[in-house]
Design a protein around this ligand. Structure first.
Ligand SMILES: [Zn+2]
Length: 341
């Protein structure tokens, strides 16, 4: 009987040598160590033996079983290692290939233009003052000399929140009063950049959200000449030396006197073209001397202090500078547009 066991062990271990994948290994285990496998059957045969034969046979059948189990574990380990080695060679990374560089991001054209504007005004001594996008009716209108029912409010329809009197600002001008209250009684020279919101029909020239860059200077000797000098210097730095700038009388409730600022057309240099509607001029800013009521609301005595303010549209500046025809491109999130800057 033990001779049969020797034979079984030899045969099984030989078969194990021939196994060359994990599927065949499982088959091998089933046929020897499985519930109906040969080793299991040999163990069952113990019951049919005489008491004298049992101890020797029992010991031997256990040895065979252990030898086969150990053989199985060793072969399994070998097959796993071989598989890993194969996949390393087959899926090897060619380290000599050139890398795939990530596409670098870049600034949005509006941010880029804003930063250019910051640096121009920065060199003229203006600091950035960040005001809030969500404003109260009081700051957006009332403190800027537009009491409730003032007809000028019709020009600035906006988005109202569910909290009465809280709106999205329609312009950066409410920051004027906030800056004055923050700086009083010091002289002020700040720019107030940021997003503004209007409830408006979307067209090539108007968006419901857009950037504005407000400028504000307050002091004891500030005149209209300072305003003109600042805007002309900005236009020439931004659009090139020799730009012509003109001021047209206008009206804003929060400045007195008020002016619209035009620059000679960047395309036709004043000769007249489609972009400037054949006038030779492009509007670039609204400006004026800070209204005495607004100075007073900011805490400054209008008999002693004066100030100027202006508002520029960074997207409009970018449109003129880069020849962009439609303002809706800015917030359309189309990479074909954005990747050009
Ligand atoms: Zn033109």
């Amino acid at each position: 009987m033990t001779k049969d066991l020797d034979h079984l062990q030899r045969e099984a271990l030989q078969a194990l040598e021939a196994v060359d994948d994990e599927g065949a290994l499982t088959g091998w285990r089933t046929s020897y160590l499985g519930r109906k496998g040969e080793v299991t059957e040999a163990v069952k045969a113990l019951g049919g033996l005489s008491p004298a034969e049992r101890p020797a046979y029992g010991r031997r059948v256990n040895e065979v079983k252990q030898a086969l189990e150990a053989g199985y574990e060793a072969r399994l380990q070998e097959l796993k290692e071989a598989g890993q080695a194969r996949s390393l060679t087959a899926d090897a990374v060619d380290v000599t290939l050139p890398g795939r560089p990530p596409r670098p991001g870049r600034l949005h054209p509006a941010s880029r233009t804003l930063r250019e504007m910051y640096s121009i005004f920065g060199e003229m001594g203006f600091q950035i003052y960040r005001s809030c996008d969500v404003e109260t009716d009081e700051f957006n209108f009332a403190l800027l000399n537009m009491p409730p029912h003032h007809p000028a409010r019709d020009m600035w329809d906006t988005f109202y929140t569910t909290v009465p009197g809280v709106i999205l600002r329609t312009h950066t001008s409410p920051g004027q009063v906030r800056a004055m209250r923050a700086y009083y009684p010091e002289p002020i020279r700040v720019i107030l950049p940021g997003m503004c919101y209007r409830y408006e029909q979307l067209t090539a020239r108007s968006e419901f959200m857009f950037n504005q860059l407000e400028g504000l200077a307050v002091g004891e000797t500030i005149t209209m000449a300072d305003l003109k000098g600042t805007i002309v210097a900005f236009a020439r730095r931004m659009f090139g030396a020799g730009r012509q700038v003109r001021f047209r009388a206008s009206h804003f409730p929060f400045t007195e006197p008020s002016a619209e600022v035009d620059m000679d057309c960047v395309l036709c240099r004043g000769a007249g073209c489609r972009v400037c509607k054949y006038t030779g001029w492009l509007e670039i800013a609204g400006a004026g001397m800070v209204h005495p009521v607004v100075l007073e609301n900011g805490g400054y005595d209008p008999d002693r202090y004066t100030g100027f303010a202006f508002g520029l549209g960074p997207e409009r500046v970018a449109m003129l500078k880069y020849g962009i025809e439609d303002i809706r491109y800015f917030w359309g999130n189309d990479l074909r547009f954005l990747a050009q800057f």
